[in-house]
Design a protein around this ligand. Sequence first.
Ligand SMILES: Nc1nc2c(ncn2[C@@H]2O[C@H](COP(=O)(O)OP(=O)(O)OP(=O)(O)O)[C@@H](O)[C@H]2O)c(=O)[nH]1
Ligand SMILES: [Mg+2]
Length: 350
Amino acid sequence: MQAGLVGAAGCGKTTLFELLSSTTGSFLAPDKANTATVDVPDERIDLLSALYRPRKTTYAQISFTDINRLSEGERENNDKALCHLKLMDALAVVVNGFLPGRSAETLIAEIEFCLTELILSDLEQVERKLERLEKSHKPAAIGGIPEKELFQKLAAALEAHTPLKAVELPDAAWKELSSFAFLTRKPLFCVLNCAEEEHTLSRDTLDGFRQSLAEKDIELVCVHAKLEKDLQELDPGERGLYSAEYDFPLNGKEEFIRQAYRTAGLASFFTVGEDEVRAWTVKQGCPCREAAAAIHNDLMHNFIRAEIISYEQLLECGSEQEASKRGWLRSEKKEYPVQDGDILHILANA
Ligand SMILES: Nc1nc2c(ncn2[C@@H]2O[C@H](COP(=O)(O)OP(=O)(O)OP(=O)(O)O)[C@@H](O)[C@H]2O)c(=O)[nH]1
Ligand SMILES: [Mg+2]
């Protein structure tokens, strides 16, 4: 899972990156990015590991990418920075909620500015492609649609400020277009970076902002990036002492990761045993046989069936033997849509 941070100057991207990755990020040039990969904290893996006492415990992994600021009128530099987001599964648009005196309109304007930059970045790619098509005399089609017609349709949508995820094309066409890695096709959510003092943003401002985001179908996570990063750097005793002073939750990292998974439509399933307890990341609801490929391609090719129990059920009965007695260990075929928290045993031909 890869999540990219994007936002206007000084909104707290690098501070958030440091909180998420527990590393130090640098101030960036336009063509540089901070990246780091960490284990996804997952209490379910902790408890499964306590149950099986395996030789190895492996958490899912998440990578974070922090890019240079987006600035008004700096299209070329903005494009250089946005290039680093091409491989991301989800984008987080960070908005500055810690400067005093911000209104819902200012916050929305900040997110709109970032969304416009994503649109302009895609539009430039589409226009470059159209220019190449003008010079070429070989008629070609993508997913059954003449290439020129298709790219003109994409350009018209972007010019009308419509992200490409809202454009209807046959799946086959999107598949063929995947090498463009259009940014406005990527799922995104908003991170409001809040101040350590309460009430920097009024209730009305927050409500207004939430409502505007809901109208745009953008989900919101509130994080106190600086405060949480500073607390993270303390030793556990001190951290506990200081954290107790705040009466709002300080779980920004966990909330961010949960939201990134939800936005990207990803889920974790688990494999368990004496050798290893491990989390795997797949598309939510992906067919069981495809999920097997995350473990090993041979398991997909030679797939027979899967024995499945949900994490909650296994914890409730305490062991697979007991689960089996209660008839809670289900046998599922290759089409079964894998759910977050499923524990899978894949049975395959040797
Ligand atoms: N008070 C407060 N200050 C913050 C918070 N987050 C970031 N800052 C401060 O704001 C300044 C900019 O933060 P950065 O994390 O560098 O912001 P950025 O988005 O990476 O900035 P650019 O990369 O230059 O666009 C720094 O001085 C941070 O300490 C916050 O939650 N509260
Ligand atoms: Mg930065």
